[in-house]
Design a protein around this ligand. Structure first.
Ligand code: BGC
Length: 328
């Protein structure tokens, strides 16, 4: 009242100090193409929310630089700094229990995303959530993309006409649920449809374009046009394989069928250029759902006001197939 009276006397309006929502956003590695896309969109949504309400949203980002020890320090720092909600993209998804224990002690809800902790850990406390898609679905979609291409144009895919798909597999980071599930379900979908496959080579390229190119180089030298399909657990690695083919002077129509996952802008451009046969959009809703969930938890609302929560902790998001003739 005194302030208001003074303000009146001085002819000014009283400005209320805006409430600040402090979010700690811990990333396994900020350079990751998919993760940086999610974060950029979250930042945009936070600004949008601020412009709609009186709330100030302070999104603090910590790059774990692929070190779990570093990420744990960052989480502790967020909690010491009084963050209201933690969003964590674990470096090592089996180490989530430590994050949960710290957060529980501080009474700060935790939302994990993209790198899925084991279920036992999520059950340690009710204020813990996981937001992400079901990895197996992306593998199934990759398999379907190949099967559909084969049904449309068998000679284009099974080039040597032996009825067997010769393939190489570029795997994501070992132990990542999406790497394991995409590798398994892409192939399983094809064999379950009655199409035989032969694996020529398979290796991890840690989600990275450069590492995928380094893997692809010797495979191309060894197998060349024997390779009919290149499965990549994500788009960046698919692009790394395409880099090698392009440098070797292979025309898009002579390239093996290359499939990725994520639906990054560069992957869409590669589909337009005819080098990438298809991809799978990776949980496009993730930034929006994360922001909505953060807001709900901050306001003390229940998570199911934002989205369906399965088994008390899981918010599952969809994947979608993207083909060259169906670019969104
Ligand atoms: C994405 C990859 C990304 C990884 C990071 C996966 O779901 O497909 O592109 O590198 O998550 O954890």
């Amino acid at each position: 009242m005194v302030a208001a009276a003074l303000a009146l006397l001085s002819g000014c309006t009283v400005r209320q100090e805006a409430d600040t929502l402090r979010v700690g956003l811990a990333l396994y590695q900020q350079e990751d193409t998919f993760i940086s896309g999610v974060v950029q969109e979250m930042e945009r949504l936070a600004r949008e929310e601020e412009s709609r309400s009186d709330l100030k949203i302070n999104l603090s980002i910590a790059d774990g630089d692929s070190s779990q020890a570093l990420q744990l320090d960052q989480v502790e720092r967020f909690l010491d700094g009084g963050c209201h909600v933690l969003c964590v993209n674990m470096v090592d998804r089996t180490a989530a229990s430590l994050v949960i224990d710290y957060a529980k002690e501080a009474g700060v809800p935790v939302v994990f995303f993209n790198r899925q902790p084991v279920e036992e850990d999520l059950r340690r406390w009710e204020q813990v959530y996981y937001v992400g898609p079901r990895g197996e679905q992306s593998g199934v979609y990759q398999g379907e993309i190949v099967l559909e291409a084969m049904a449309r144009n068998p000679e284009r895919v099974d080039r040597n006409g032996d009825g067997v798909l010769q393939y190489v597999m570029l795997e994501g980071e070992p132990g990542h649920q999406d790497a394991l599930l995409r590798t398994e379900y892409s192939i399983r979908t094809i064999t379950q449809a009655g199409v035989a496959v032969e694996q020529l080579a398979s290796a991890s390229a840690n989600w990275s374009r450069g590492q995928a190119a380094a893997r692809m180089e010797p495979w191309w030298q060894e197998f060349g046009q024997e390779i009919e399909v290149i499965f990549a657990n994500n788009d960046d690695m698919a692009l790394g394989a395409i880099d090698v083919l392009t440098q070797a002077g292979v025309e898009p129509e002579d390239m093996p069928l290359v499939v990725g996952v994520d639906g990054t802008p560069e992957a869409i451009a590669a589909m337009e250029a005819g080098t990438l046969a298809g991809t799978v959009q990776n949980a496009q809703e993730m930034p929006q759902v994360l922001m909505d969930l953060v807001m709900a938890l901050y306001r003390g609302e229940s998570a199911d006001t934002v989205a369906q929560v399965d088994d008390e902790h899981y918010i599952w998001l969809p994947y979608r197939k993207i083909l060259p003739n169906q670019i969104p």
